[in-house]
Design a protein around this ligand. Structure first.
Ligand SMILES: Cc1ncc(COP(=O)(O)O)c(C=O)c1O
Length: 366
């Protein structure tokens, strides 16, 4: 079997190896710092030793699952702590497939590249539903594409790469389509703390046995290296997911879970507000500079990516490497996100030098 390996690590390595200064806007590694309580939790953990350095419960530290359940207002039995949002998505997709109620995953175009990769790896078939130029998904298009072959509908809101945030009506409809076709809506909400529109609605708002919500602390606590995420499953889907998680991982990482729990309990809302404010400001400055460069772009309603299109410069891997070498800016090729944005490049606003990057782009394309 040939896996579709996402390009992120390749482009990051290419940028790191460049002979010149490069502004790295490739992947979503937040640069704005984690809350103080996270480091406190880690220090506290380091002194525990003994039994606390041994396996945690396979489905996650009990108190962490309880904290998540309370925050998301769901029964704790339905919460599984995972190795990041990445594993949460994998478990959700695997679980949807093993229901034997279809072999097709409806994905959006543009798509977060790990979904097609996981689809192929699991032996399912991807089917793409287009979004409009702002990244909005019309549930009627999903309904039209759905059939008895549909095992899952996989969506991201707020969206990577488009920055679209799906409103309540869209989410309600997506749950309804999943129910109508005996499929599962998998709603990946890892950017839920980064909604600038006020429109974000979690799929958890709609009670259903046909939806799984995945999430992560990678972005909200700026800890992509900690690998702590979670999924909320319907009651009849959770058990097999728990077993698969155990068979693959034995258990998750205890220090990370301990620190995340401490951070959740001791981080004031101001931390999240500040992160959003930093980003909102960056989005303004980056898009102003793109205006000056005469580029077309999408202004994100959520998450932290901007897609930009420069006349006569398609979003190929070769062009991304040229930009690294000749302009000193590293982004992701639009062609990595499906067929609909092959003319575009994606830039992650995870550097204080976003404005410098935009100025370099303006100069390069002048
Ligand atoms: C849409 C989406 N889902 C999942 C992930 C992976 O999250 P994690 O680092 O928690 O595995 C990312 C990371 O960029 C993402 O953009």
């Amino acid at each position: 079997m040939e896996y579709e390996t996402p390009l992120f690590f390749h482009v990051m390595a290419y940028a790191a190896d460049a002979d010149r200064d490069v502004v790295d806007m490739v992947s979503g590694n937040p640069d704005w710092g984690s809350p103080d309580a996270l480091a406190e939790g880690l220090h506290e953990y380091a002194d525990l030793g003994g039994a606390d350095f041994q396996y945690p419960p396979s489905d996650g530290l009990v108190e962490l699952r309880e904290e998540i359940a309370a925050r998301r207002d769901v029964p704790v039995e339905q919460v599984l702590v995972t190795h990041g949002g990445g594993e949460a998505n994998y478990l959700a997709m695997a679980r949807a497939l093993e229901r034997d109620a279809g072999e097709e995953f409806l994905l959006t175009d543009p798509v977060y590249p790990y979904y097609p990769g996981k689809t192929t790896m699991l032996g399912a078939t991807p089917r793409y539903v287009p979004t409009d130029e702002t990244g909005q998904l019309d549930p009627a298009d999903v309904r039209a594409a759905a059939s008895e072959d549909t095992a899952a509908i996989v969506v991201t809101t707020p969206n990577n790469p488009t920055g679209a945030v799906y409103g309540a009506e869209t989410m309600r409809e997506l749950v309804a389509v999943a129910e109508a076709h005996d499929a599962v809506l998998i709603s990946d909400e890892v950017y839920d703390h980064f909604d600038f529109s006020g429109r974000f609605t979690s799929a958890l708002s709609f009670d259903s046995d046909h939806r799984i919500v995945t999430n992560s602390f990678s972005k909200s606590l700026a800890i992509t290296g900690f690998r702590v995420g979670y999924a909320v499953f319907p009651p009849d889907l959770v058990e097999n997911a728990r077993s698969r998680h155990m068979l693959v991982n034995v258990a998750g990482a205890r220090p990370s879970q301990y620190a995340v729990l401490h951070a959740l309990r001791n981080t004031p809302p101001g931390y999240y507000e500040e992160s959003r404010a930093v980003l909102a400001e960056r989005i303004d400055r980056f898009t102003d500079a793109l205006d000056a460069a005469g580029a077309a772009y999408t202004r994100p309603d959520g998450a932290f990516y901007v897609m930009a299109r420069f006349e006569g410069f398609p979003g190929t891997l070769a062009n991304v490497e040229r930009l690294v070498d000749e302009a000193g800016v590293a982004g992701m090729p639009g062609e990595a996100f499906g067929d609909s944005r092959t003319e575009w490049l994606r830039f992650a606003l995870v550097t204080p030098r976003a404005e410098t990057a935009a100025e370099r782009l303006a100069e390069y394309f002048a």
